[in-house]
Ligand binder design. Structure first.
Ligand SMILES: [Fe+2]
Ligand SMILES: [Fe+2]
Length: 370
């Protein structure tokens, strides 16, 4: 299942269409390049008319046959007569107000395609892990909506998901979790789900109390919430990032702070994991250059799990490193990380079962910055 997102040039910054790839496997297609080949087997087309040029619209009109068979939504502002006329001149479309809340936009598209992210999970994944994955995924979707429209974080769903993930890890182990997680179409979701699984496993390995294990899993789910503000063209870019793009990605902990600051419903320890997971003990991290005395054990744990995941996951632009090599890298980071914790982490990861799963299934989603 796939949707195509059509716009004239890059998607405008204000367009809600930018967030749709967090919910559906989606492809961006330039208005001038709509064809049988670029539309492929997509089941829905969403056309963003903001900033569309006459040339783009003419090209789209000429290639309309290629999307005429599937539902087409046109994003318009009803106050903008020109856009409304353009939409009706294109062909049969369902106009949607650009200000439509993202949740409604997603629901409207789902009603046309009946998309189920569970459909791509391998059948071998046991039921407990499958259920935990379903909940974790549902929480991440709600988190994107919270980050976009400023609504409350769904704390109950977050806690329930975290508890279920811990229970699934305890019953089924990390292998099935990795298998389920890597079936997700969104690299950012894969990364967050993977980090939370590894963080939960590690907290349990360290003998932390159940409540703390649940909290680091919740922290893992939420840790990259700031990335919801970063254009997907940068987040999912297949090539190496330019220094300017890297600088934008590096703002995500700061964006996380801005999103989470008014969210009084989120526990302070969880906020810290989202805001501080790129801090280093020697003060060389970001966003605040904190030193060891101000970095809590949960944040230290999150940083290690995040870097390990980023190093081992395979993305369009890089192969994942084997677990053993990633561990060596963590060790070489010396005083940036809590090396006592790294030693314990290495013992857990290099345990035969984990190492084999990590290599056999191939690591998953997320950019090396974590
Ligand atoms: Fe991050
Ligand atoms: Fe991360």
């Amino acid at each position: 299942m796939e949707i195509v997102l059509i716009s004239d040039g890059p998607l405008p910054l204000d367009s809600p269409v930018r967030k749709l790839p967090f919910f559906f496997p989606a492809r961006l297609v330039d208005m001038a390049k709509v064809s049988k080949r670029t539309v492929g087997a997509a089941q829905v087309a969403v056309v963003e008319l903001l900033d569309a040029t006459d040339a783009g619209l003419t090209a789209l009109k000429n290639s309309w046959d290629t999307i005429a068979e599937i539902p087409v939504f046109c994003l318009v502002s009803r106050k903008n007569r020109r856009e409304v006329i353009q939409a009706s001149a294109l062909g049969k479309t369902e106009p949607l107000e650009r200000d439509t809340p993202l949740s409604l936009l997603v629901r409207t598209i789902k009603s046309k395609v009946g998309f189920d992210p569970m459909a791509t999970v391998p059948r071998s994944v046991p039921s407990k892990t499958l259920e935990a994955y379903r909940k974790g995924n549902a929480f991440l979707e709600s988190m994107v909506l919270s980050a976009t429209d400023g609504s409350n974080i769904q704390i109950n769903l977050m806690n329930e998901s975290a508890k279920e993930i811990l229970a699934a890890l305890s019953l089924d182990g990390i292998g099935p979790w990795m298998e389920a997680v890597q079936s997700h179409h969104s690299g950012t979701y894969c990364h967050s789900l993977m980090v939370c699984g590894i963080a939960g496993l590690f907290a349990r390995h360290l003998g932390w109390k159940e409540a703390d294990c649940v909290e680091v899993i919740a922290g893992g789910l939420l840790h990259d919430i700031g990335k919801m503000r970063i254009p997907l063209t940068i987040l999912d870019k297949a090539d190496k990032l330019t220094p300017e793009e890297r600088a934008i990605i590096d703002k995500h902990p700061q964006f996380g702070r801005e999103i989470l600051k008014p969210r009084l419903e989120v526990a302070i320890d969880i906020k810290k994991m989202a805001i501080q997971h790129h801090e280093f003990l020697d003060g060389s991290g970001y966003p605040d250059g904190l030193k060891a005395s101000r970095i809590s054990p949960k944040v230290r744990l999150m940083t290690i799990c995040d870097i390990f995941t980023a190093l081992t996951e395979t993305r369009a632009y890089k192969e994942g490193l084997p677990a053993r090599v990633a561990i060596d890298t963590l060790k070489q980071m010396g005083r940036k990380l809590d090396q006592d914790m790294v030693d314990q982490f290495a013992r857990m990861v290099l345990d035969r079962g984990f190492g084999e799963v990590s290599r056999a299934t191939g690591p998953v989603g997320g950019r090396a910055a974590g």
